[in-house]
Design a protein around this ligand. Structure first.
Ligand code: E4P
Length: 217
């Protein structure tokens, strides 16, 4: 399973990259706003730091404008993935940009039928939003599972990029279902190593070690 970082904050991406935990990055207009940076500058810095796919989102709503924005974003670096919303205009942009050989991430997916359309339009990644479905009392994980079944039924190569991940359980469940990628905020990824029994066990080992009076030299 690939780990993408859902952030436009360079320091946090760099920290996770030092652990070898960053296979790619996803950004969106809200994350660019949060970073306080210029989209072209920060995206270029992220692409220089991370060799894997870096999603940069178009903001136009008409297909032709999305295509033109997508081509501009793709000029930032070879590892840019153009992110388009799951609308008919976005699907048309996905088809054109994919046919040109560019990576495309179709975002804001909330149903299995939407995921089916994205795969048929040649998407490299489909981004179903788990947390936002959970927020409205629906089951985000069930959507990931349905898309996995549908893509496997027909051999679609579009990768399932489980997005809007809010908890470590979302990560575990996505891995169990067989999502190809998860994208999560740095804070959630950092929590994956936490376990109280690890802390307790380490504390006991260190106390016993101190009692031995030995040193590893
Ligand atoms: C994915 O590409 C999106 O940027 C992201 O996962 C959205 O997450 P949110 O619902 O927590 O904003």
């Amino acid at each position: 399973m690939k780990f993408f970082v859902d952030s436009a904050e360079i320091d946090k991406i760099r920290e996770l990259a030092e652990y070898g935990m960053v296979d790619g990055v996803t950004t969106n207009p809200s994350l660019i706003l949060k970073s306080g940076r210029d989209i072209l500058e920060v995206t270029k810095e992220i692409c220089d730091l991370v060799p894997g796919p870096v999603s940069a989102e178009v903001v136009a709503t008409e297909a032709d404008d999305m295509i033109s924005e997508g081509r501009k974003l793709a000029k930032i670096a070879d590892n840019i993935t153009v992110k388009v919303p799951l609308t008919w205009a976005g699907l048309r942009a996905c088809k054109v940009l994919s046919d040109e050989g560019r990576m495309v991430n179709v975002t804001l997916c909330f149903s299995a039928n939407q995921a089916l359309l994205a795969a048929k339009a040649g998407a490299t990644f489909i981004s179903p939003f788990i947390g936002r479905l959970d927020d409205i009392n629906m089951d985000g994980m069930e959507l990931i599972s349905d898309i996995r079944t549908i893509y496997d039924n027909y051999g679609f190569e579009t990768e399932i990029l489980a997005a809007s991940i809010r908890t470590v359980n979302h990560v575990t469940q996505s891995a169990l279902i067989g999502a190809d990628v998860i994208t999560a905020p740095p804070e959630v990824l950092m929590k994956l190593a936490d376990h109280p029994l690890t802390d307790k066990g380490l504390d006991a080992f260190l106390k016993d070690w101190a009692k031995t009076g030995q040193k590893i030299v």
